[in-house]
Design a protein around this ligand. Sequence first.
Ligand SMILES: Cc1cc2nc3c(=O)[nH]c(=O)nc-3n(C[C@H](O)[C@H](O)[C@H](O)COP(=O)(O)OP(=O)(O)OC[C@H]3O[C@@H](n4cnc5c(N)ncnc54)[C@H](O)[C@@H]3O)c2cc1C
Length: 377
Amino acid sequence: MSYKADITIIGAGVVGLAIAAQVASQDTEVYVLEKNETFGLETSSWHSGVIHSGIYYPEGSLKAKTCVAGNRMLYDLCERYDIGYSRLGKLIVASSDEEIGELNTLLERGRRNRAEGLRLLSKREIKELEPNIEGIAAILSPSTGIIDSHALMQCFIAIATESGAQIAYQTKVVGIEKATDGYRISVEDRTGRASFTTRLLINCSGLHCDKVAELAGIDTVKAGYELHYCKGEYFSLGSSKSKLVKRLIYPVPPPKITGVGIHLTLDLDGRMRLGPDIQYVDSIDYTVDNQHKQLFYDSARKFLPSIEYEDLEPEMAGIRPKLQKPNEDIRDFIIRDESDKGLPGFINLIGIESPGLTASPAIAEYVRNLVKELLAK
Ligand SMILES: Cc1cc2nc3c(=O)[nH]c(=O)nc-3n(C[C@H](O)[C@H](O)[C@H](O)COP(=O)(O)OP(=O)(O)OC[C@H]3O[C@@H](n4cnc5c(N)ncnc54)[C@H](O)[C@@H]3O)c2cc1C
């Protein structure tokens, strides 16, 4: 490779692909570089698949704004491109009087974030909607849904490649050097090592974003970009339990939102699963520890008393790229051009954990605006 690209995107997860779909055009040379043999093999395949409504995140944060906007954009994309989805709604259920205060805080925050149609339900109303769920009050979020995330990524690829973008698999970025008008990128691919220049560089490398930022010389500790892996395991519930609920069921989350609490989700085939839990880990490892089954059972039994311990089977795990360490306050997505670090045209996306799937089209729109400003300079 010795050519010059206009825009190079590192990472073919849902975020990199959403950006490719928005920045690709016939007069812009766009490349997506992915180290794996195909798209979406990392975090974008190991998640709950939920289209969130935007309740949990601090008002004015990028998480809140891109989640609420992304929710609407995803439903539009699903309709327009025939992507599998279901707007089945969700309940956040309070199981004790102590949780009512936090439930009200969530309701207010969600409304301020402009999450659609939120409503407080009484114990009786919970029973009317979900006879198998126990709770003393709940928030109903009608705009929460589920999506076929694989089909979404395929849709982004089709839009991007029809507009001329190219995706190179088995191409790992191993070097980034500032050049006169952009960056010289070194890659390792099937044929060995190669390099090329690009005017703009967008780092969407998920769990590896901090390492990729370091390749360009950024001190990630000083910049606050250091990632901490946070594993989330899931247990599936047997098919005999698949008709127990019609909506997604969440507990009231613990005070510092490191996650949203072990919840009950449905997939598009109606299968139920519980998860994810929260475990900070040192390395990327997707195995599920059966010894954690009791924790899942105890968490779910609070709102779904009819499940039995034997119903739970280890299913899968995902890893969150978290900016905050355990017990630290929630951190926002970092999405920024690094001009102030002497690296103009290098856009970093760091800490794109949940609601990154929901937010992906809105994150892409945000990045497209940054790109427009940079190309106009
Ligand atoms: C347990 C769990 C549950 C979740 N549930 C939800 C949910 O219900 N709803 C929701 O909205 N969000 C959810 N999320 C968040 C969502 O899954 C992520 O935010 C989203 O998938 C992140 O996508 P990404 O493209 O940034 O990262 P990734 O999918 O990880 O993609 C990054 C890509 O970059 C590639 N890459 C890395 N380094 C290099 C390199 N040097 N060269 C080339 N390629 C490289 C990787 O191979 C990878 O394919 C969940 C996440 C987890 C972990």
